[in-house]
Design a protein around this ligand. Structure first.
Ligand SMILES: Nc1ncnc2c1ncn2[C@@H]1O[C@H](COP(=O)(O)OP(=O)(O)O)[C@@H](O)[C@H]1O
Length: 273
């Protein structure tokens, strides 16, 4: 499982990220935690980022990118996926991540968007401030982090929606309810058969359809229920959870088909498939 976790501050990224990581036995790469640990240890990097953390602004891209790259290489070496929490936070970071993940063969399967209202996250973060004393949990800094999220991070969601891997989940419920919804949805993604791109048409029309047909409808709990998406009934239930998964698969299959045709016959201009 290779998963990006995108959410406003206070939506529960830390809690859900570590539960997802524990469930699938994969590393939880939490950029904020890594940065705070550098500050706590007084490393050079910690000194360089402290000011940014204190005022709730983003730390320079190259620092964060290096952290992600190291963590990806470690995960890949161990043969594992990842939960990446806190990256990307800007469209530029999404682009960089897309290139780097492709180079390393670590492209994400899912971009999980944990949704929560502004008032609720401010309330949660102020409650956390009373017990945990995180330096960026003061009301003005919380407001700044939220504003930054709306301005520069939420556009990143469109990127993953277009990619077909966006999974929105309502984070306004109890932590356990949110975990159950997330894990139900991710189990469906994980259960998808791996697609043999050597035979793209058979893969698209055979493996997926067989999988959907052979899975009893009652065994598929609708993973997107409760997030403003209505539970479909009857046959539609069997297909709906896979819709977001099929889209990137189709894109990859089409790319593969184009490359094969180009290799065999030369690249015709403006081929519409
Ligand atoms: N991808 C990133 N790019 C730049 N800065 C980041 C990134 N991720 C985390 N940070 C820095 O770490 C801080 C804390 O992040 P995090 O622990 O994820 O908390 P939250 O999302 O609740 O604000 C951010 O306010 C920012 O200063």
């Amino acid at each position: 499982m290779r998963l990006l976790l995108i959410a406003p501050p206070g939506a529960g990224k830390g809690t859900q990220g570590s539960r997802i990581a524990a469930h699938f036995g994969i590393p939880h790469i939490a950029i904020g935690d890594l940065l705070r640990s550098h500050v706590a240890r007084g490393t050079d990097l910690g000194h360089a980022v402290q000011r940014h953390l204190d005022c709730g602004s983003l730390v320079p891209d190259e620092i964060v990118l290096e952290m992600v790259r190291e963590a990806f290489i470690a995960a890949k070496t161990a043969g594992l996926g990842y939960v990446l929490d806190g990256y990307p936070r800007t469209s530029a970071q999404a682009e960089t991540l897309s290139r780097m993940a492709a180079e390393l063969g670590m492209a994400p399967d899912v971009a999980l968007h944990l949704r929560a209202d502004d008032d609720e996250v401010v309330r949660r973060l102020l409650a956390r401030a009373a017990t945990e004393h995180r330096q960026d949990d003061t009301e003005p800094v919380i407001r700044r982090r939220l504003a930054l999220y709306h301005q520069v991070t939420s556009p990143v969601l469109d990127w993953y929606a277009l990619d077909g891997i966006l999974l929105p989940v309502d984070g306004m419920r109890t932590p356990d309810e949110v975990t159950t919804t997330i894990l139900d949805a991710l189990e469906v993604v994980e259960a998808m058969p791996s697609i043999d791109l050597a035979d793209p048409v058979a893969a698209a029309t055979g493996a997926c359809v067989d999988f959907v047909r052979s899975t009893p409808i009652t065994a598929i709990r609708f993973p997107f229920a409760g997030h403003g998406i209505t539970r479909p009934s009857g046959d539609a239930l069997a297909e709906k959870p896979f819709a977001h998964r099929l889209s990137p698969m189709r894109t990859r299959i089409r790319q593969e088909q184009r490359q094969r045709r180009a290799a065999a016959y030369g690249d015709p201009p403006n081929v519409v498939m």
